[in-house]
Design a protein around this ligand. Sequence first.
Ligand code: C2E
Ligand code: MG
Ligand code: MG
Ligand code: MG
Length: 277
Amino acid sequence: ASKNNGKNQTTVFRDLLHDEILEYVELQSNLKNALTAGEFELYYQPQFNMNTNEMIGSEALLRWNSPDKGIIPPDRFIGIAEKTGFIIELGDWVIKEVCRHIQEWEERKLNYGKVSINLSGVQILSSAFLNHIDEIFAAYDIAPKKIVFEITENVAIDDSITTIAKLEALRALHFEVALDDFGTNYSSLSYLKKLPIDYLKLDKSFVYSLGQDDKTGAITESIIYMAHRIGLKVIAEGVEKLEHMEILKKFNCDFAQGYLFSRPVSKSDFERIYLED
Ligand code: C2E
Ligand code: MG
Ligand code: MG
Ligand code: MG
């Protein structure tokens, strides 16, 4: 029974592992080549003020246009890039690319609001992080208040002392900071008190269940209330339905982002649809 095409379980397992390692090594070297070949692209997803409906900014989201595999979403390669440390180089590229785009929008006098940039934990915890930020922004004439850096809860929790120091340094430079995917971790509340942040991004898992069960509604309303009490603004992620929007408005949520308004779109689509009259 332990035979499988003439191989025993150990051999099958070893072959599987071997394949996984090969795929991993292949993806890793592909990532480096992809960056050199210009296969990465930033998409933008607009964010809206819930009361005025005006666009307040956008989130930059990374895409990999692979010539043989098509568009590869970040969840498929960010993890590998983090394990190999390549995320630091890739993360720098993302920040520079956002700066290039903002510079162009400034020159064209387009009203783009703010741009949110996702930071990986590996990136923010690397010792050169703040130097990289200095170097990149020294090359551009961009007001720091136009940039919001997003970090996820688990980053903040894994190494809170270092993270807090880095976030404080960013805010001292007048960048803004958002806590992404809020509510997906168990110890969220105690960290809110300690983290130097400006925005809380309500995770899409809360938004999905709005209108489906009363508890989610009560928890969401309480999170928004509490965030406001400690001086944070709230952005709801993953708003897909008009019903979500209506409930969030009732709860005094400040901003919204989601498929109801727009999927993430290419820079040229973003400009055509949201920035050019
Ligand atoms: P995130 O930062 O939480 O970004 C929001 C994700 O939700 C995006 O997925 C977006 O496309 C998706 N989304 C937006 N509205 C809706 C909606 O209404 N419904 C649903 N179901 N999804 C919605 P995406 O672009 O695939 O990115 C996934 C994650 O990859 C991001 O989650 C972020 O953690 C990471 N990521 C993306 N770009 C970067 C980057 O430049 N650097 C780093 N370190 N991470 C990135
Ligand atoms: Mg984000
Ligand atoms: Mg998120
Ligand atoms: Mg996420």
